[in-house]
Design a protein. Structure first.
Length: 345
């Protein structure tokens, strides 16, 4: 009998949070998860920093003006794990879906731009911190490290993800390809509506170029999820009289196949959940032409490694490269011998 390749529905969320309000944003997140589950989704992807919002003020305010917003963001950030993640996990379990959720993660005195992963039993199973905050983002977030380079080996496929301009880090992307990524989460903010950012007018073009190229080069499906600017965000940042700085709308969402074509989308501006049905058997045709991590690779010419050292003020320990693939058992739990992807203190 030939192998059977999974087919399932994914949901790409194009929405704004309840800005800088963790509890209300968690409630909205759970409602979206339940709605996506009701529509048959097995995987739900949210934009960058959906909880409790992207710090758009870094592009429009001075550091002094932005300090009170940072303090509010810090107070509403998400610890992993926490009561907030328990609520999200319960919604994922109720809906029977996997969730990739952009959060502002708080760990000690530092914030991180993080993708948090929940399985369909509601467990927080992994987190990916953005390896390098981009430009003015360095005011807000710390950096990830080599533990953040991984794919999840799940019952619906091998799932990985990157955040925004991480997609320009070619070795980061290639690492996911070599780990056998089949479904890629590409999370971004709604910079097309944040015209104070110098990339604003070209941001959707940059995003589309990045997600289509990664789909083609890694022979993977890409779920593209950008954020959205709500009227509430504009008002919160007191930019109502500066439409050339921040406007309502922006962002886009959709799903790209391994042939680099949109399967659905891109949807823009209005809040929506975009659905696509994926057939992982389609990946075979991309691999037939050019398996970038297999017969089309030249390890005799090019090679690189990933340092698994933890970035810490205290001495860390080096993990095995095998830990870069997080394999879950039939009950969804990681093997006891593996280094846990979530650091618990």
């Amino acid at each position: 009998m030939p192998d059977v390749y999974p087919s399932f529905r994914v949901a790409a969320v194009h929405a704004a949070p309840v800005y800088l309000d963790r509890d209300a944003s968690v409630e909205k997140t759970c409602a979206i998860i339940r709605e996506a589950g009701d529509h048959g989704a097995r995987l739900v992807a949210f934009p960058e920093c959906f909880l409790p919002g992207y710090p758009y003020w870094i592009w429009s305010h001075t550091p002094g003006q932005g300090a009170p917003f940072f303090a509010e963001l810090f107070a509403n950030a998400v610890e992993l794990p926490s009561e907030a993640t328990e609520r999200i996990g319960a919604a994922a379990r109720e809906a029977g879906v996997w969730v990739a959720l952009g959060v502002n993660e708080r760990d000690g005195g530092t914030l991180y731009n993080t993708l948090a992963y929940f399985d369909d039993a509601g467990r927080l199973v992994a987190r990916h911190r953005k390896l390098q905050p981009t430009n003015a983002e360095r005011i807000i977030w710390g950096r990830g490290d080599g533990r953040d380079v991984f794919v999840l080996d799940t019952p619906i496929g091998r799932v990985g993800g990157l955040i925004c301009f991480e997609h320009t880090m070619d070795l980061n992307r290639y690492a996911l390809a070599t780990l056998g990524e089949q479904v890629h989460i590409a999370a971004w903010p709604a910079i097309s509506a944040c015209t104070a950012d110098p990339n604003s007018g070209n941001f959707d073009n940059l995003t589309e170029t990045a997600v289509k190229y990664h789909a083609l080069a890694a022979q993977t499906f890409v779920v593209c999820v950008q954020g959205r600017i709500s009227k509430e965000i504009v008002e919160k940042l007191r930019l109502e009289d500066r439409p050339n700085t921040l406007r309502v709308g922006g962002g886009m969402a959709g799903v790209v196949g391994p042939d680099s074509n949109w399967i659905v989308g891109p949807h823009r501006d209005d809040e929506a959940i975009v659905y696509a049905d994926l057939d992982l058997g389609m990946i075979r045709f991309g691999k037939y032409f050019a398996d970038s991590a297999g017969h089309y690779a030249r390890p005799d010419v090019f090679s690189f490694g990933v340092s698994r050292l933890e970035q810490s003020p205290l001495a860390g320990s080096k993990a095995s490269a095998a830990d870069m693939v997080i394999r879950l058992g039939s009950d969804g739990a990681a093997p006891a011998a593996a280094e846990p992807p979530i650091r618990r203190q």
